[in-house]
Write a protein that binds this ligand. Structure first.
Ligand SMILES: [Zn+2]
Length: 183
């Protein structure tokens, strides 16, 4: 039950980002990493916010397949069907639910799920972050993955980082004969 209070913020971002470090994917597809990061955090942003106002259990409405589908379609239309934005967003959402398994109410509201309400969610989460090795070790792994991505892409300035998040630099440099971003 209190498993729902495991809250892997960094790990949730690091794992899907690392997928885009696979050379085959990196060379082939145009994608926006901002969208991926938003997607990979959105279920917790929504459900944990609801939890803070005493609504829900921390994993409810936004940890469902229905939410994934609806938010994907909405974003896809908002960005005028630009798949380099909507697909990474979808991928982030899917990864979030997979990483949260098995305590995810995937088929809510079509199937009823029982979660136990905890009186002090923030206290419990903070307690777990610093006392549950599974939580802090997972986050440390997440930090290491992010550091690897920074070094692997030579992201040493804010400008480089922003550009990296906005587009697939590798693909741009491959297509662009002037190769402005290559060191
Ligand atoms: Zn979650």
């Amino acid at each position: 039950m209190s498993e729902v209070f495991k809250f892997f913020l960094i790990f949730h971002v690091a794992v899907p980002l690392s997928i885009f470090e696979i050379p085959l994917i990196k060379r082939k597809f145009e994608f926006n990493r901002f969208a991926l990061i938003i997607g990979s955090l959105l279920p917790d942003i929504v459900d944990k916010s609801l939890l803070l106002i005493n609504f829900g259990y921390g994993r409810g409405f936004s940890h469902t397949i229905l939410f994934v589908l609806i938010s994907f379609v909405i974003l896809h239309l908002i960005v005028k069907r630009r798949t380099n934005i909507s697909y990474p967003f979808l991928l982030g959402l899917i990864f979030h639910l997979i990483l949260d398994l098995p305590e995810v109410p995937l088929f809510y509201p079509f199937i009823a799920y029982e979660f136990i309400v905890v009186e002090e969610p923030i206290g419990l989460w903070l307690y777990k972050l610093f006392n549950d090795p599974r939580v802090y070790l997972t986050e440390i792994v997440g930090i290491l993955i992010l550091v690897f991505i920074l070094i692997n892409n030579r992201l040493y300035t804010r400008k480089e980082l922003v550009l990296f998040l906005k587009q697939n630099i590798e693909l741009v440099t491959h297509q662009n004969t002037t190769e402005p971003y290559k060191v």
